[in-house]
Ligand binder design. Structure first.
Ligand SMILES: Cc1cc2nc3c(=O)[nH]c(=O)nc-3n(C[C@H](O)[C@H](O)[C@H](O)COP(=O)(O)OP(=O)(O)OC[C@H]3O[C@@H](n4cnc5c(N)ncnc54)[C@H](O)[C@@H]3O)c2cc1C
Length: 435
């Protein structure tokens, strides 16, 4: 194995893998590596999500401009890529329901945002309670947004396929390999892998998902931020519920600052149905089970008490929400009841199997506030992507192209071929669309 790389990307989720895809297409003779501690790419959040290619109606075009743009273009890019590589992609739409008058106002705002973010008249429509009864007879609501430009897929398959393409352009994927130490030495990065082997890199990109803040702190950047982890759990619905609705149903978030708290009725790309995710506070980015959470409890509590997270943890609304979420984790009925508000037919006693949980890591600043958007931190020899949350999988390709372009334009990296062909796209055309 080579020991000296030009660019090392830490993290083989959908983000790190997509970054490597563009970087290796533009830099055929540079040595590029993706380092992933799991045995496969997309083992963590990228392979444990709802699998939706989200239309950008939930995102304020002023506050989340880049994410909204990435989601908008992500839809067409994943659709094209799925065709090229014969991967699952079903344009099955989504319905967002309002359960009261206040919710209808939110839907009107979402409709406006959706259009400002690029959706057209026939991509998104506000429908009345009566119209909704005809479209989805089992749904109870006061009004709904019917969004047609939304799809279901399997992001684990997408990431694995992008990895194959990236490998063809020369990227080395070091799997089962954890970055355990990283330091600057003689104008290069010296990176320790699995506590034993050493490699060097000229430039490091930190795309380590739930551990990105730890990597950043280990090289003394982004010190005013910390993170908290939430486990999103799912319950699988029995087959008899597979045709209860034609479309996945989301509801207007009860707490707009925590939009990830309202479980949905999900139709997956294979036609099976699930309820979820909730957002249970846990103590590790891998806190899928009690053993890992017990192990990480004390270090994480100490870290939180010494950072801005302390303010969030002692915030009354946060505490109430956390208790609510823990309850929904302990009681299946509590979670099912949240969906029952708009889909009354479901019966918790028929739902017996858990789905695959995924973990969301949210960044908190020194004032105890949740960061609303992705955070990009750069220095001369490294680039850190923090708080890369929903709809991160949808936007991974355009977002990665944007980052690679930014690194080129600011001179942090100099690509050999700025207008290379990357899979079915020309790099310059992607960038043009993102302007
Ligand atoms: C419950 C849930 C549902 C979601 N649903 C959707 C959805 O429907 N649609 C959508 O678009 N988005 C969705 N998202 C968001 C989306 O899944 C994430 O934004 C995206 O997967 C983040 O990708 P990533 O590559 O940054 O992170 P990850 O997939 O977590 O990848 C980071 C990788 O870095 C590796 N790593 C970390 N530290 C090290 C180290 N020291 N050495 C080596 N490797 C390391 C980890 O092992 C991991 O594999 C959802 C998220 C959650 C939690």
């Amino acid at each position: 194995m080579a020991h000296n790389f030009d660019i090392v990307i830490i993290g083989g989720g959908i983000l790190g893998t997509s970054l490597s895809f563009f970087l290796s297409s533009l830099n055929k003779s540079k040595k590029i590596a993706v380092i992933e501690q799991a045995h496969t790419v997309a083992f963590h959040t990228s392979g444990r999500n709802t699998g939706k290619v989200h239309a950008p109606y939930l995102y304020n075009p002023k506050k989340k401009k880049l994410f909204a743009k990435s989601a908008f273009h992500g839809f067409e890019m994943w659709e094209e890529y799925a065709k090229l590589r014969e991967l699952p992609f079903k344009k099955d739409g989504v319905i967002e329901v309002a359960l009261d008058k206040k919710g209808i106002k939110v839907l009107e705002k979402y409709l406006k945002w959706g259009k400002q973010n690029g959706l057209e008249e026939d991509d998104i429509k506000l429908v009345s309670k009566e119209e909704m009864k005809k479209i989805e007879p089992e749904i109870k609501c006061e009004a709904a947004l019917h969004v047609f430009r939304d799809a279901s897929t399997d992001y684990s398959k997408f990431t694995k396929s992008i990895m194959k393409d990236s490998k063809k352009s020369g990227t080395k994927f070091l799997l089962d390999t954890k970055v355990t130490k990283i330091k600057q030495e003689n104008g290069k990065w010296s990176i320790t892998l699995n506590d034993e082997q050493e490699i060097t890199a000229g430039f490091v990109i930190n795309a380590a998902g739930g551990q990105a803040i730890d990597i950043a702190h280990s090289v003394d950047v982004a010190e005013k931020f910390t993170d908290v982890h939430f486990r999103g759990e799912y319950w699988k619905a029995p087959k008899e519920y597979n045709h209860l609705t034609k479309t996945s149903i989301y509801s207007v978030p009860e707490f707009p600052d925590y939009p990830f708290l309202d479980p949905h009725w999900i139709i997956r790309v294979d036609g099976s149905c699930e309820i979820g995710p909730n957002a249970v506070p846990v103590f590790s980015p891998h806190g899928y089970d009690a053993a890992e959470n017990i192990k990480e409890f004390i270090p994480k509590m100490l870290e939180m008490l010494n950072s801005g997270a302390r303010k969030a943890v002692f915030d009354k609304q946060f505490q109430e929400l956390a208790v609510n979420e823990i309850q929904s984790s302990m009681s299946k009925t509590a979670m099912v009841n949240r969906v029952k508000r708009f889909l009354p037919k479901i019966d918790a006693s028929k739902i017996t199997q858990k789905g695959t949980a995924g973990i969301r890591s949210s960044i908190i600043d020194d004032k105890g506030k949740f960061a609303p958007d992705v955070i990009l931190v750069e220095d001369e020899m490294s680039f850190h992507i923090l708080n890369y949350n929903s709809p991160g999988a949808t936007g991974a390709l355009p977002f990665s192209a944007h980052i690679v372009n930014h690194l080129n334009k600011t001179g942090m990296l100099t690509s050999e071929e700025e207008d290379a062909v990357c899979g079915p796209w020309k790099f310059s055309q992607i960038i043009e669309k993102l302007q």
